[in-house]
Design a protein around this ligand. Sequence first.
Ligand SMILES: [Zn+2]
Length: 436
Amino acid sequence: MTVLVAGWFLCDAASRPVRDSGVRVEDGRIVQTGTREELLATGDADIIDRPDCILLPGFVNGHVHLYGTLAHGIPMSSAPSGFWSFLQDYWWPRIENRLDHDMIEAATDYVCAEMLRTGTTSFFDILEAPGTLPDGLQVEKAVAERRGIRGVVTFEACERIDRDNGQLGLAENGNLIEASRPTDLIQGAMSIHTTFTCSPGFIQSAFEIAADKGVVCHAHVNEGVHEGKWCEDNLGKRTLEHYRDLGVAGPGFLASQCVQMTAVELDIIAETGIRVTHMPLSNCEVGGGIAPIPELLGTGTTIGLGTDGYVNDMFEVMRSTFLIHKARLLDPGAMPAHDVLHMATAGAADAIGIEGAGRLDIGSHADLQLVDATFPTPVEEHNLLEQLVLWRNGSHVRDVMVAGRWRVTDGELVDTDIDQLLAATRHQSKRLWAGS
Ligand SMILES: [Zn+2]
């Protein structure tokens, strides 16, 4: 058993921070919470006491494309003129269609290490790389489990190549779900691309497989203005009206992005219980807009934050979430720190369907982080969450545990040669870029 005590303990974003407290870990789970005195009285030999740190749940990155890191800085002859051009002229031909197993193996290993180093203990990955079928997901699962991080890996099935490739994508997800044992760190789920790359029958089959296997079905929804307009022009209705009419809107639907939404679409989310993930930084990158997340939070929607494979430090995503909605709504009281931290932890875990993650109450996974708390101003109960959200970044993460195993200690990744991971990823980036 291991006892962890810190200067401050935060069980979850909705709980009151408490001084000089922590947790006791056994078999990868939290078995006790309490004060320093209570926990030290257990007599356990393995004691970690960090009076200068905040102990809090590890982050849950609700939406990442692990391979995305290979495209950071790729040469572009001209900037895309909009979201459709971004996909059609850049992302599909120059990145996703060129990915192979060696590329995703290197990117998965490096990004999992990068996420752990900056306090992320769980993730939901979406791989769209038609050339990696079959078994691209098996490559990701093996690498991520070796790295010791928890997560869900999915293949973003669609019919943009052809119908057969679409079926291979559905089977890729189904096979990984079947092959995973409940105790595995990495699990599967279902994922499809969008309404403009998936036919109605294809969408319904994906949701049927997901419901049958008890997992969520993810889709990108209205990441910019393109999809909603495409649906209006081709179907005479908006994107989420289409999903509703296909009979698949409900809690089993994980809708990422949700940027350009009509009032009717927001009502569909609220009324059916669709879960949402929010990626403010990548929405800026593609010129998509700012998603109406405070409005959705007000309806009780389950929402998680994600990096989208762009800037993979969840502190940066939290800070942008905290700020961008205040600017959009002209309201400094919008998007308080506790809502932001909730979406980066338990909210994301609930959205992507990992039970017992994103919180440190008894019975939860021992997925946690210790963050340096030596701020230039006092840390108090009333300001601790804002201190974390606004004034910390990944370099302040001291220790990270996943499933009761230390993955980062004193700011260093355990059992990891980061230089070797960087070199391998750089090599695979050059291979990808050579075709561009
Ligand atoms: Zn995405």
